[in-house]
Design a protein around this ligand. Sequence first.
Ligand code: NDP
Length: 309
Amino acid sequence: MSTVVLLSKDAGLLPLLQAAFAEHAPEVRAVLLDDPAADEAQVAACWYPLAGSLGRLPALRLVHSVAAGVDHLGTDTSGPQVPMCRVVDPDHRRGMTEYVRWTVLNYHRDFDRVAAQQRHSQWLRHPQRPAGDFKVGVMGLGSLGAAIAADLAGAGYAVRGWARNPRDMAAVACYHGEAQFDAFLDGLDLLINLLPLTPATRGVLCARTFNHLAQGAAIVNGGRGQHLVIADLQQALASGQLRGAVLDVFEQEPLPADHPLWQLPGVVITPHMASAASHACIARQVAENTRRLLAGEALLNVVDPTTGY
Ligand code: NDP
């Protein structure tokens, strides 16, 4: 029986993951750091591991994120240089697609505006725009972004996508790299961020980016909190360059109760709920990569250490 150690600052998550391994991957013994069996663990399954945890695992050969992102692994740099993998759950795409559809309709059909009007008992219709006139840009065309861009194109929106490398997608105008970033942004009505957090993408949702969008555009941040420059958002909302923002992710989670974003007009806060891999899927994928590691087979969903995603 192989051993996987579970590491997270979220103590409530650990027993849930242990139960998922017991039910869905019983061939793996999932233990916590203080279990003597952790000394044999060649795999660590992590969500914001506490600093110093990975360095306590003498047999460690693989660090596995239990999420799609791997930026949270940066909270513990004590481990050896070993491969990193992440979870890619098809249900992740469904959850994110549902979330993004809601945000697109919110702005395309002016539900944000009528919700604000209702607070003043104001009956006011806005001109109905065909979906094809509403320009949506998706930053990141990976396992999530590509599915979302295709879904929105299928719903009739004018969709653009942006990635690091050239892409060819039916009904989505694809842009890539820094050189094409401005052309991607110019005149968008809605910008959706589904980038991974890396040194190259940190702060990408900033004044310079907002100024390329259509006047009164909106943004959706489904990536990571550190993608957004909050002061620039505040200013863009105040000036009317942006009409609104849906934010699902934050540098500090939970977002502190006294954080100014809670009260910022035009901002919708959701509690990092856009999409989550199921615990069953996490257990199965970590178990499969553990089997592959021990059998000397190629690992699945490996993170490129040079790009950080
Ligand atoms: P992937 O690794 O599959 O895709 C990443 C995409 O971003 C790729 O298209 C990649 O380009 C592009 N990209 C990366 N760096 C750059 C750059 N510097 N410039 C332009 N494009 C870039 O990631 P996923 O789709 O699985 O997930 C994306 C992120 O979504 C996660 O890292 C996580 O932060 C977030 N997330 C949020 C959730 C939530 O509930 N809010 C849930 C799950 C994930 P290329 O294709 O050329 O490599």
